[in-house]
Write a new protein. Sequence first.
Length: 113
Amino acid sequence: MNRDIKQYIEQFPNEVQQKLLELHFVLKEVLPLATETISYKMPAFKQNKILVYYAGYKNHIGFYPTAEPIVKFENDLKAYKYSKGAIQFSLHEELPKQLIQKIALYRLSQIVK
């Protein structure tokens, strides 16, 4: 994990930090060639272009895979708050790791053709 992302995560309360770390490593597992960066003041994974962003908040974690993956996986997102380009994961529920990985891989397939 790069230093800037580590510093970003460390600014949050422990509960948020744990979810951010969990999400980071779930993404890193399926995006091993992606570069970790900070963009728009959020951690992001980049491979030629930004693949996904994520961010911490008081009551949830924001996951930003852009709009098209959300449309593609809309049926799988019914249990979560989501909008055109964002998905919210509650701090009080397990992260849907497989869904996150499917979304990240789909996003990667859009970039690396």
